[in-house]
Design a protein around this ligand. Sequence first.
Ligand SMILES: Cc1ncc(COP(=O)(O)O)c(C=O)c1O
Length: 439
Amino acid sequence: MRVHIFEYGVIRVDPWKLLKLTLEKTRMQNAWRLHESINLIASENVMSPLALKAYLSDFMDRYAEGKPFKRYYQGAKYIDELEVATAEFIASMVRAVGVELRPTSGTLANAAVFRVLAEPGDKATIAPVQAGAHVSHTKFGTLGALGIKQVDLPYDEENMNVDVDGAVKIIEEVKPKFVVLGGSVYLFPHPVRELADAAHSVGAKLVYDAAHVFGLIVGGAWRNPLEHGADVMTASTHKTFPGPQGGLIAFTDKDLYKKVSKTIFPWFVSNHHLHRIPATAVTAVEMALKGREYAETIVRNAKTLAEELAALGFKVIGEHLGYTRSHQVLVDVRDLGRGAKAAKLLEEANIIVNKNLLPWDPPEAVKDPSGLRLGVQEMTRFGMGRDEMKQIAELIARVLIKKEEPEKVRKDVIEFRKNYVKVRYTVEGDLDTMLDLLQ
Ligand SMILES: Cc1ncc(COP(=O)(O)O)c(C=O)c1O
């Protein structure tokens, strides 16, 4: 077959070479990250085979701009029905008056809510970065892009959380349009009730970003902010909630629900990647049936991992508070080559983590912070429990404390992982229970 070689600047580009590279790297990625590594990235998870099946459908190739049953395109009757049913199901799980599934990511969910609640020039108070704020809550991210001014709430070092008294004072002084709680790096629940009361007393709304803990919330292992005064909750659908990559918004305030719904299209998404919806529906059903057990095991595993790491000599953050109540564990690796080097060494051993700022790090330290963030939700989904957390802690210690060659540890990681390749907490083989519960 004749092969066309394209010219790209001075580079000659061979299409067959790209195709070969694509297939090869995809195969390698699947083997590496699904079968040969210990994945501890706290923002990731895997879908069940059934959700994956639902994901790979014709919906993936279609458009459905606008709201269900009011689309700008024909051919949307099935997605209309499915989107409404899935939103209602998830709304009932979190006691919301409405759920929006159209934001294609957590960041876009935040953008839609922030934009409706404030005009450019208005103020928002946010949990400080030390208490886990995500970049989208800040002037460097979505908040800044929308022209909304960021006012940080104070941090309480002892409780590793937002300082409630100081925060109430600032909310009363600043009178923001909204207050943001929830975050990316947090071990303990933020004080929703106290700050919701303060926000409401000055006419502000409380936005809770549950991107990380949404699965723990629906599984009952983390306080549901909507039952503690939050007006709206944004989330990713792919972290502790193990669905397809995407976002959602859940509301307790019907007016806000209507206002935000009007803006998602056309302000933030055109098409909303329809194949996410059936996969999210399958995941929601799985979480309704198995979420409690899954979420409780995640939190127990995170605590065990923290304790085991500490017993092996690591400086694990939050000992005086019981280390963690989420899926995350934070480790101070300042004495072990700092975050960047430690994360790289672990990657060479097929243990995948991310370097992370710790509460005392200045923002400039982002490229080489003092910590590592470890999340256990994905390994839990593959059936790991306390014993496995102990083994993971030992593998990490061999690389970072005993300074063994990562290649040597990698062999043992690959061997270890062989027993944990099946996704658990799913409904396969459990259809009878599912049908009973769904009646
Ligand atoms: C608290 C928080 N909010 C929002 C996001 C953004 O979510 P997404 O990656 O779905 O845009 C993240 C991502 O990790 C996050 O941690």
